[in-house]
Design a protein around this ligand. Sequence first.
Ligand code: G6P
Ligand code: ZN
Length: 561
Amino acid sequence: MEVTAVKTTPYDDQKPGTSGLRKNTQIFLTKPSYTENFIQSILQSIDENSRKGCTIVVGGDGRYYMKEAIQKIIQISAANGIGKLIIGQDGILSTPAVSCIIRKYSATGGIILTASHNPGGPNADFGIKFNTANGGPAPSSVTDKIFAISRLLTSYSTCPDLKVEISKLGCNEFFIGELSTAFKVEVINSVQDYVDMMKSIFNFDMIKDYIQSSGIKVRFDSLHGVMGPYASKIICNELGASEESVIHSVPLEDFGGGHPDPNLTYAADLVAIMKEGVFDFGVAFDGDGDRNMIIGKDGFFVSPCDSLAVIAANHKSIPYFCKTNVTGFARSMPTSGAVDLVAKDLGLSFYEVPTGWKYFGNLMDAEKIQLCGEESFGTGSDHIREKDGMWAALSWLSIVADRKLSLKDIITSHWKKYGRNCFTRYDYEQVNPDAAAKMMLNLNNMIEMKQLIGKTLTGIDKSYTVEKMDDYEYTDSVDGSLAVKQGIRILFTDGSRIIFRLSGTGSSGATIRMYIDSYVTKDDPGLEAPAANVLKPLVKIALEVSQIPQLTGRNSPTVIT
Ligand code: G6P
Ligand code: ZN
């Protein structure tokens, strides 16, 4: 099969963000060779010796343009000397499944076609993400290299006549170029390797028995993302739950017109049905299956920060953690401090890292942590190097089955033991980028002038004194790399925190995230009060300090979690 070098013009906007290159689909559809350039840049970032004959995993969340992108990846990979591609049937692979498959088959990396929790379709978003040999998102050193290559790229190599039927399981072999180099494309079952891994982590029989004997009703909402086939296989076929336990389980190119983000706003159907009190245990996943939202009977919402802390405190309910040596936990900086208290109580190490799953990877590879999570509905362990929605759901089911308590009872008993970190996040989506930049600039000036240090700020009926204000920096304890400007923190003397960040996962405009974390002691009469009430004074202070309404013209956020 013939290899051709195609002339191209480099782009200067292919810098991967928090999770790969994510743009409006129209950009991929209309800018000449936009996809080809980025794929070539990814492959070229792998040094030639490792690239020749290597194996790459390819799959995505089923969104619009995924299949076309996969055919381009096949053609460009063949022409760049890749030895083998492992592709999910019809292109379907969740992000956690890609991480699992990279590790299981010792692949050099993986290319994931997803824009995660962003909507899909010709006028929504598309994305391309590269994961490295440990199964995790490429670290900054690699994404910087990809970006540098993309800015200078003048041609890409491809095999224009190569086409593979990705709906058919099995191995295809081709002979490429003048030297007839072998190139294989293996189309695999999208769920099997992942399900096998879950079975090695959890006790499926125990969970199945509990579902049957207790009669609890579970509801898994895949929001028409990639998780449908995984949920049907695990929840219905393996754990014996009824058909109505899984909904929105057919992956659709536009996610049925929805926003595949598992939070109280976008997983509204699940929230509504849980509020009816028929189901006991609800879960929603995002488009590519790495995020999760856990929700109990009558709509009892489990904050992702609490979810992490509870899994940490009950990790012995999960067989995997009984077999492995558990040494520490980690969370991202904006995530509430609930898990810190568990680590301290259990005498384990604790780490705080910037937002972005890639920061956990080094700590896991160095065996410093085994469990971690983020406020952005991500929870996971060192079984792979991505956050894992189904893993989180099965962790919760294991805890429920082991302790034989409802979600609500598990959470409230946790608060009664450790106290409660009340947490909320306000998102202002698609605001004017200049207004967002101005807000960050003003806050940075306050840091510089030490304007707020020692000041007492009052919101409604409560006062808080500022102890420290900074722009968060992180030095990786494994490789010494430094990450700067990771979010502005206002830290109060009582341990409460207000944090401002600009999202790194949007595709247009800017998204301001405002995070509030405040600790309530275990004997406080308001321990079980709604977080929104507890945090009202701090929200007021945060809005006053940041001037978000004045700068953006927004009187309320788009999403509150
Ligand atoms: C992705 C990453 C997470 C990160 C989240 C929020 O899901 O994998 O690690 O926490 O995006 O990112 P953002 O920059 O939008 O707040
Ligand atoms: Zn995702």
